[in-house]
Design a protein around this ligand. Sequence first.
Ligand SMILES: C[S@@+](CC[C@H](N)C(=O)[O-])C[C@H]1O[C@@H](n2cnc3c(N)ncnc32)[C@H](O)[C@@H]1O
Length: 831
Amino acid sequence: MDSPEHDDYVPTFYIGQHESKRSRPVTDDVVRRAHECNYDMLTAPITTSSFHERVLALFDNLDPDSAPTVSALTMDDTDLMPDEMTSHLLAMVSPWIDLCSPDPVIYNISRQVLHLEIAYAAFCGVTNVILPRPKLHHGDLDGEGVVQYAYSVQEILNIGMFVQVHIRLHMIDDPEAVDENMGDDLASRARLKYVDLSPSDAKPKVDVFGTWDAWNIIRSTCNYNPRLFVALDLCQPLLTSSNQSALEVHQALLPSRSQSRWHCEPLRVLIYSITAFVPNQTGYPVLSRVHRDLLTKYMRLRNPPWILLSDVGPIPGIERLEPFAPMADGDLPPVITADVFPLPSEAAKQPQKHKSSKNQHPTPHLDYLRQLQKRQPPRTVLERYGAGFQDYLQTPLQPLTDNLESITYEVFEKCPVKYEWYERAIARALRDWEEEGKAASGPNGRVVIAVVGAGRGPLVTRALRASETEGVDIELWALEKNPNACVILERHNQTQWQNRVNIVRSDMRSWQGPFREAIRTGPDNEELMPGPPTSQLPGMITPIDILVSELLGSFADNELSPECLDGMLPKLNPSYGLSIPCNYTAFLTPISAPKLHADISSRAPKDPAAPDTPWVVMLQAIDYLSTTTNPQPQPPSRSTAEDPKPNILPVWSFIHEPAPSPAPSTNSHNTRQARLPFRIRDRGVCHGLAGYFEATLYPGVELSTNPLTMGDKSADMMSWFPIFFPLKVNFPPSPSPFPPLTAFPFPSPALKPGAESANERNWKRDKKTPLYLPDNSEVTATIRRCTDERKVWYEWVVESWGWNLLIGGGKKRVRLGVSEVGCSKGVGCMM
Ligand SMILES: C[S@@+](CC[C@H](N)C(=O)[O-])C[C@H]1O[C@@H](n2cnc3c(N)ncnc32)[C@H](O)[C@@H]1O
């Protein structure tokens, strides 16, 4: 396997240019010029300033008791035309509307403007629109209008059936952030009877999850519609107090808790305004390390977001539109590439330099991003191996009932770690065997090793190699029940293993053990000595000294390793026999995984088992809901003060050692149950449980997929992706609180082909609304490993808990919600 340093991968940065107030229409020529400058796309307002003036005048001249009607768009109201280049445009809905307004007339007008603009953009063939941010604060009202906004979004998803809708949001909610449209907008016209502007003592504070909360309402109302995305503003207007350095402010606005939360949402656009950049020592605009790290993280998503540079200057040459030398190819003078974050004192000294540099490089911000694109750190082994698999749901393998294909074994065999670790474990076991002078079970004192479930034989090769390196003689058995894989084993035995391996075609649960000639010795031939392996009767069965198996699944025991090994353990050498692995433990943690939730929801109508299936999935767009702050100090340049790490708790274990007697006839000894409490610091939505495992192959040699220990125990191991237990929660469907508007010029949108029926919608709401967890709450996950005489399956349920303050002091723990029981019996593993 190549080392990650040799990865020649360059990520795709799809970069667009946005101006909040475009001075000229976005024509073909403008788009062409933007492409020449190495921009990939442009934003365009759907309507013109004259439409803006018309609507404001409508409101200003309104009889307060009448229902206003915004008349249909005219030629003067828009510059947008159906055109080939519309596919390169991100159409901007007017930022001066307020869909959250508590003033019903303003809401009514805003909603009409939205409908008119979306309908016209859809008519022109626009496929991507960006909606203005939901306004979260109106006087002393905080977050009240979000539901209103959410219903408007739900409506427009049914107007433009091919339009992808991007909701513009700040990373965090800062109530004091300056609103760029202030004065020119409908929001500032809200009437006092609806908005109390009197100064209040209880000023809302910065809320790290405030904007996420709004997004959660919007996408939940829209049933996780796959055409709904986040356009994230990465830089809020900086309210730098004089004693804060620019670096501190940038870090404070990008807390790692909110970074990881947005990472799990459907991020489609990242918006960098000019305030996200700071001049480097040579005066060129660069991003701080916090921003650079964030960009690297977000650009590694399976579908990397687009980047919008907002108000960083016009497209060069646009006024004259003369031929233009292409820019921003990423080959820059070294001054631009030095992105050392300046000390605030240095930055303050450099404004002049910055200006003159900009004149020499007309698109310095774009140049810098193109340069960053080229200098992205190489992908890790896991990232390379997992490319394309991120958040892709796979049904777990059933190697016991199904016979795997050769290609599946081939994928296993690519893991650079697992087989190495098995060889190490076998080598240590042989060394200890020798050093401790243990009596072996094979002829001539040879240690009997049985690789059970040998597949195409990689562990057989490793066992032979371990014996050679340790200089310990072994007798090797390889057992496999897949007849096709046995052909490969037999071929390998002939061509690679010099016929040193005894190959057995059998299910391990019915294998008697190493069967060999019984050689009679002693003065009267009354003693029996183990002879060479044979299939002839009469013979004798001898114990196995070292049993090697790899029957583990993503949740350790989910591919029935315990059930398979049950039959083998009584065949171990009773004094010294050992199993590799000797034990394994499953782990769980609650996660937010909107993408997986949406995927499972969309499968559910056709595949009713989908919400009850524990899925194998390379988790990427997820957020851990239960975290602790990492106590280990980090280099100051690399992290903010807090660096949360997930609480991932052990669920249950299986231990494999010589068994004195055959396993009981029922499988009830392999059932398990666990109830795990998780503290939740920050609010979020729980979509399910992420499962991992750790296994001890031999003391000191461990495998782990648990993110907390994987780096130490088996870094770069890629044989197993985690498992995901989805959550189903039962809530009654909620009717729309908003009756259709009578004054609206269009008829209420009828159901178009492909739109959801009420039944489908209700089914989704009834069956799969995820569990909302408030700040400072608790989650308990209860999970069981169940069995009958034919199958093994899991059942899981999640409860959320909060605290009620009691009159007279104290608090009481109260249950806030409980999920439906997930049950995988329908897709359980056959024994
Ligand atoms: C996960 S694969 C591992 C294969 C191989 N050891 C490797 O590491 O590439 C598990 C193998 O065990 C075999 N297997 C599972 N249950 C078995 C059983 N009860 N008896 C024999 N073989 C079994 C499967 O056919 C499969 O080849």
